[in-house]
Design a protein around this ligand. Structure first.
Ligand code: ADP
Ligand code: MG
Length: 351
């Protein structure tokens, strides 16, 4: 009897986590959804089990992508583009998931004092067009005129986004207005998907959509479940250090916004993609901001919104929200931490 117990104990030690079955780490990557790279990391008993999960995630992401798309229409689907195309014309009946996203985004408008405004569509479209043109023909790169931006800004009133939850419709009352959910859609979709799989009993998984990271639980390690180790990108591309630091998370989300990925250059000056609703220009306070909190939708919204707040205001704002931490890299390269950020940081960053 005693021998049997010892053998049993020994075989438990051989498994990845406690007495559970032995699992192996798998990783899947897919392109094109949300205009970025998606990575899924998980531990499974065999490859097929993991592949099936990764495929389900891909399918769900593709559905959210279509629903939140402002550039393309899809047969038989009313999406965000349909809402924009019907501005000033008629309410559009849409899926409840889209209603939920818009309600969430509207809530974030009030929470952030308007620094995150999904009704900024006309202004964001101007910057988007100028950036696309500049990227395809750098010699023709221009900054949009004040007049053009101010004209567009006349049609960005969030109160003109009429959401009827019961009828499941959205109506933009100003014919010139349009919604752009680029600041929140990825994080929101990742959060919804993570919650779905949590409900399905998945206890360990890491999903990253273009660096919009959400962990389900921790990961199996030598001593049972351990936290996921996430590197925070250094926005300074010239620095030999690719990462600023590493954070350890279980069941949390880590989202960064930066000036280093989507931008164009005019006369040596960079114009990036986060637009301050007050100046209508790319926000100039920071190189990057990272948010850590349980909800990936909130992390995405805040990482964009706080970009448009001076660091002192942003710090006060973040410290006032429970369970949310942030790391700022200012435009001069200074690193600022919210009160509890360091609790997540891994000591001995370099091993
Ligand atoms: P990324 O999409 O690169 O991860 P963000 O989450 O910060 O970065 O979102 C940036 C996108 O959000 C922009 O491309 C634009 O579509 C949109 N956006 C930019 N500024 C604002 C703003 N002030 N309010 C709402 N949306 C914005
Ligand atoms: Mg964002």
């Amino acid at each position: 009897m005693r021998r049997l117990l010892i053998i049993l104990l020994f075989s438990c030690l051989l498994t990845s986590f406690g007495c559970a079955k032995k699992t192996t780490r798998y990783q899947a990557e897919f392109l094109s959804l949300f205009d970025t790279v998606t990575t899924v990391v998980g531990y499974a008993e065999n490859k097929d089990e993991f592949t099936s999960l990764a495929e389900q995630i891909k399918g769900k992401l593709a559905e959210y992508h279509k629903l939140f798309d402002i550039y393309n229409s899809y047969e038989g689907l009313n999406n965000l583009k349909t809402i924009n195309d019907n501005a000033g014309i008629a309410p559009v009946k849409v899926d409840q998931e889209l209603i939920s996203l818009l309600l969430f985004a509207k809530e974030q408008y009030y929470l952030t004092g308007g620094k995150l405004n999904i009704a900024l569509g006309p202004v964001l479209r101007v910057w988007h067009e100028y950036r696309e043109r500049a990227l395809s023909d750098p010699l023709s790169a221009k900054v949009p005129s004040r007049k053009l931006l101010e004209e567009a800004a006349k049609h960005t009133d969030i109160e003109k986004v009429i959401i009827d939850e019961e009828a499941s419709t959205v109506y933009l009352t100003d014919p010139e207005m349009s919604l752009d959910v680029g600041a929140v859609a990825k994080g929101y979709a990742v959060e919804r998907i993570a919650r779905y799989f949590e409900e399905q009993g998945i206890s360990s998984l890491l999903i990253s959509v273009g660096g919009n990271i959400r962990a389900i639980g921790g990961k199996p390690g030598k001593r049972g479940m351990e936290a996921w180790n996430i590197g925070i990108k250094n926005p300074d591309k010239e620095s030999p250090d690719e990462e600023l630091c590493n954070v350890l998370i279980s069941g949390y989300s880590v989202v960064s916004s930066g000036t280093y990925e989507r931008y164009y250059t005019v006369d040596g000056k960079k114009y990036h993609h986060i637009i301050d609703p007050n100046t209508l220009m790319p926000a100039s306070y920071f190189k990057s901001i990272t948010i850590i909190c349980p909800d990936s939708g909130l992390a995405d919204a805040l990482s964009t919104a706080v970009f448009n707040m001076p660091v002192e205001n942003g710090k006060k704002f973040i410290d006032s929200i429970e369970n949310v931490e942030a790391l700022w890299v200012t435009s001069t390269g200074e690193i600022v931490y919210s009160t509890g950020f360091k609790d997540f940081m891994k000591v001995n960053v370099k091993q």
